[in-house]
Design a protein around this ligand. Sequence first.
Ligand SMILES: [Ca+2]
Length: 520
Amino acid sequence: MKIPFAPKSRFSLAVVVLASVPLSSTMALAQNPSCAALLKANYADVTITAADEVAAGKLWADEPAGPAFQRRISPKHAFCRIQGVIEREIGFELWLPTAQEWNGKFLAGGVGGDAGTYNYADLPRGIDRGYAAATTDTGHKAADGNWMLGDAMRLPNFEYRAHHQLAVKSKQIIADYYSGKLQHAYFVGCSGGGRQGLKEMQKFPEDYDGILVGAAGPKTPEMTTRRMWELLLRDNNPGVMSPQDWTLVQQNAIQSCDAIDGVKDGIAENPRQCSLNIDALACKSDKTAQCLTTRQIAFARRFYEPMLDENGKAIDSGLLPGVLVDSGRSRLAPATFGQALRKTAEWDGKDFSVKNDLPAIRRVMPDLAADQMDISAFVKRGGKFIQYSGWMDPAVPANMVVEYHDAVAEAAGGRGKAAEFARLYMIPGMYHCAGGPGADRFGGAGGDGTSLDAQHDLLTALEQWIEHGKAPGSIIAAKMAQDKVVRTHLVCPYPQSAHFLGGDPDVASSYECRNSDGGK
Ligand SMILES: [Ca+2]
C-alpha cells in the first residue's frame, strides 16, 4: 500500500510551476514530503505510532561527555522522525532527512548486548550525512528482564528476523517518501549489533550493499557458553583472584611482547605474538601484590586456555595473552540458558554443562550463530564487508573474530580473493567496541572518525569502496581525551600490523604496516 499522498504528481506540478518562475526560486521546488502524512500511511504489518518533524539540533537535551556510542546526539539537521512497530513487537525508528538533504542512501544501526534499545548514536550520524537511517529494538524492550519468556517470536526476532524486517519496511517507506530510487544501503553496528550485521550479510544478502561491524561474534552460541562458564567459575570460586591479580596477569603477558612492534609503550600490536608466561608469576614464599599462588595460577590459566567441555573437548580458542579477564556480569548468558533453554526466570546455573547446554542452545536458537563462511551471494551483488575488533576485547574473543575472517577468506579461495570484498582491522589495545589504552576512534559503529575521509572514518572507507571502487588500506585511529585528539595510531588491515619506525610513538606517521613475519 502506498501512503496517501502522491509525490509523483506533486513533483510534476512543481515542474510546471518551475517553468514560469525565475531560476532562483527552484530551491523551493524540493519541498519536504509530508512527515505527518506517514501517520496515515498503510504498510503491511507496520503500525506507525508517531511521525514528527524535528528541528535541527533539537532532539535531545545536551548529554554529558562520554564515548560517542553511549551518547544520544541531536542531529544538526532537521528530519522527520518515525516511530513504529513491525508485526506485533518489533519496535523501530526511521529518521528521514529533508528531500533536499537526502543522499539517496539508507543506513541501519544495530544494537548490542541483549538489544531491546535503539541505536541513537548512528542515527544522528546518518542524518547529518544525509542518510535515511533506521534502528530496531529487535522485538522486545530492555526493561523486561524476562523477555525471552514472552511471545514465541521474540527469539527468532532477536536472532535475525527483526533486522531483515527493518530493512524491507524501511526501504518501502523511503521509496514512497522521496519518490526516488534508493542508491545504496549500509549497515553499521558493534557487539550484538555487529552480529546482526553478519546475520544480514549471510542470510539476506540483498538487504545491504555495505556492512560495517565491530566486535561481531560469529560463534555466539560458543561465546555465550563461555560467558556462562566464566560467570559460574568466578561465582563458585569467590575471591580467588582480586582485580589487581588479574591486572598482574595481563601486564605480565603484555611485557612479553610489547617491544616486538618496535616500541615499548604498553600496547602489543599483535597479541598473538605474546605469551601468557603465568608460571613466572609464582610466589617464592608469601603471596604479595607482585606474585600469584599455585591455586591462582591454575585458576587464571583456565580463562585463557580453550574452554573445555565435560569430556575435555575444546570448544573455542581461549583468550589471548594480555586480555584483562572481564569481571562484569553478562545478562544475556543467564537469560539464554535459563529463559530460552529451561523456560524459567529462576535458574541458578547449578545444572549448567558445556557438553549439554551448547548443543541445546543451538537447537533452541538455531540462528544465534552468525558463522556462515560462504558469503558469495552477498559478494556477487557487489557487497563489501568491513570488520573491526579490539585485540584486547574480553567479551568477544579476538581469536574468534580472526578465525571467522580467515574462514571467509578460505571459502572465497584465499586472502587475495577475500581482499576484493572483505577487510578486518584488529585494533591494538582496544577493549569491547571502544575503550582501553589503544586509539579507539576511527568511525566504526557509534560515531564519525575525526574527519570524514577513508583513512579516519571506516564508514567513509566503505562508501568509497562501494560507490567509487576505492579499496580501503591502512587507517588512522585517534585516542581522545576531553574531546581532543591526544594520540594517533596506524591501524593496518589484518594480517598486517603496525611497526614503529622511530620518532614520536604517539603519531601514526611514525609507523608502517608489516606482515607478522616482518615483510611489508
Ligand atoms: Ca608496543
